[in-house]
Design a protein around this ligand. Structure first.
Ligand SMILES: Nc1ncnc2c1ncn2[C@@H]1O[C@H](COP(=O)(O)OP(=O)(O)OP(=O)(O)O)[C@@H](O)[C@H]1O
Length: 486
């Protein structure tokens, strides 16, 4: 009750007063016990890792800034950020699972300064009620180590690895994507974050249930809907490194296994475009083409589907803990169902074309606006329309009109309206997407997808000419293509 209603500084005074009263009334009975964490390991003078961890933890107790008038500032290493800590012999309160503890930054001078025999001994002293002994040792000390590891991870540079000739090549990872910068359908970001939180706290749950501590996500949807950005957001949210596994560069199962065992815990292992990475249609690794030709008697030494299945959820998949597997694809239906089952891919997340909810997030991020008079009309069109536009395409429109929200929204509105007038089902997003940025690709897309359905070819031509300057100027052929297809 006291802990709930009395603010920490006042509580500290009351605690101290009560302790002093207790000591005066019962001088021989001390209800507290202490654990001393020395700077060096007694005997061999090597640094005590736990001392450093306690230092980081105590420095992270933010309320020290408000309750203490004198603090110490330092850096453990030149590259690390500044840490704050207690002055010599000051104390600070912390709590763990409702139990109150005190840390004192104890400094003792030993020996005689006159004959150069003086030395300073530093330690952190943990003080808590004897009755809380069971709750504190070792759970609280483990918690301190974990907090320290988390802080160090937060301050350290994220890394991205990619495989090359059977080895991982390392690079620094600075992708700025976060759940806040992503425009997703309502509730998706919250669902993923809750799942990730549960996963990161789930060590004992996974062990109790005999499961490897890992999680699999399948991200699927058309190009330009944010699959790669979501992977970066997940890595940034969890403070994990990324292993970007290029399956086409893996020649056999043993190589896959050896790559897997060399990934570190707390990492995201990504296989993008899994459907195009390797042609595997059955567990023996025999592709359709192989079976037609009756080729390759040496399938056991190659990369096979069963090798991949074992990679994700086999005996070897649990040789490192706390890992997230993410597969992406544009075509979920092309993936073998064995790869999709829970345990391998625990959550299937559809990233689809831009909804009005997602559009509002993009407008907030790119234009800095929460609302606009044209939103009402846009929402109506977006909800009714059968036209689908990717967030990537909308983001491109907003970015090119960052300083002019009216123009930006008019452009989005025009895009929906123009396309909507026709019966065309073409995805504007897929045409504008970077990967289609060649004349040939545009032709193919137009040809394959729906050029035959375009009824308003004039406005379409005008629209695409505006959106992709250069293409249509150079290529009369495309004009003819629209005409002939109509
Ligand atoms: N949902 C989204 N929210 C915010 N920005 C997005 C979203 N989707 C796409 N974008 C923007 O579009 C660009 C391309 O997105 P991204 O590469 O993540 O898509 P993708 O689905 O992985 O595409 P592909 O399947 O072609 O790899 C990104 O730089 C990002 O800025």
């Amino acid at each position: 009750l006291l802990q709930t209603f009395i603010p920490p500084p006042l509580r500290q005074y009351i605690d101290r007063g009560l302790s002093m009263l207790w000591e005066r009334l019962f001088p021989s009975v001390d209800p507290y016990m202490e654990i001393q964490v020395d700077q060096n390991v007694a005997g061999n003078h090597s640094p005590n890792e736990l001392y450093k961890e306690v230092g980081v933890h105590v420095g992270s107790l933010r309320f020290a800034l408000h309750t203490h008038d004198r603090l110490r500032a330092y850096k453990w290493e030149a590259s690390e950020p500044i840490s704050l800590n207690l002055q010599d012999n000051d104390s600070i309160e912390d709590s763990f699972d409702g139990v109150q503890v005190f840390w004192t930054n104890a400094v003792t001078e030993k020996g005689n300064a006159e004959n150069n025999g003086a030395s300073t001994e530093r330690s952190f002293i943990l003080r808590f009620l004897k009755t809380d002994r069971e709750n504190i040792v070792p759970a609280y000390l483990d918690h301190v180590s974990k907090v320290c590891a988390d802080i160090e991870r937060e301050n350290s540079q994220r890394r991205i690895f990619t495989n090359s000739y059977g080895n991982w090549e390392e690079n620094s990872f600075n992708h700025p994507s976060t759940f806040d910068s992503l425009a997703l359908d309502a509730g998706i970001a919250e669902r993923i974050m809750a799942d990730l939180q549960a996963f990161s706290k789930g060590k004992s749950f996974y062990h109790r249930n005999g499961r490897a501590w890992k999680r699999g996500y399948l991200l699927y949807g058309p190009p330009g809907t944010g699959k790669s950005s979501l992977i970066a957001a997940i890595a940034n949210y969890m403070l994990y490194d990324i292993y970007d596994l290029e399956l086409t560069k893996v020649s056999e199962n043993t190589e896959l296994k050896s790559l897997l065992v060399r990934t570190s815990p707390k990492s995201v292992i990504v296989i993008e475009d899994i459907d195009c990475s390797v042609k595997m249609s059955n567990r023996d690794g025999e592709t359709d083409d192989d079976s037609k030709e009756g080729a390759d008697s040496n399938s056991s030494s190659r990369l096979t589907l069963s090798g991949l299945l074992n990679f994700v959820d086999g005996l070897w998949s649990c040789c490192g803990e706390e890992r997230i597997f993410i597969f992406t694809t544009n075509f979920k239906e092309r993936i073998d169902s064995a790869l999709l089952r829970p345990g391998r891919m625990d959550m299937h997340i559809l990233l689809s074309y831009c909804s009005f909810h997602a559009f509002k997030k993009l407008a907030r991020n790119y234009l800095g606006i929460q609302d606009h008079p044209m939103f009402f009309e846009l929402e109506k069109i977006m909800t009714k329309s059968s036209v689908q536009v990717t967030p990537a395409a909308i983001a491109a429109m907003l970015m090119s009109n960052q300083d002019n929200p009216d123009a930006a929204i008019s452009e989005v509105l025009a895009a929906f309206s123009i396309v909507n007038e026709s019966t065309c089902q073409i995805s504007v997003g897929s045409i504008l997407d970077d990967r289609f940025a060649s004349q040939r690709s545009v032709e193919t897309t137009v040809n394959d997808k729906c050029a035959s359905q375009i009824s308003h070819r004039k406005s379409k031509r005008h629209y695409f000419r505006r959106r992709i300057p250069g293409f249509f100027r150079k290529t009369k052929h495309l004009d003819q293509l629209f005409t002939s297809r109509t």
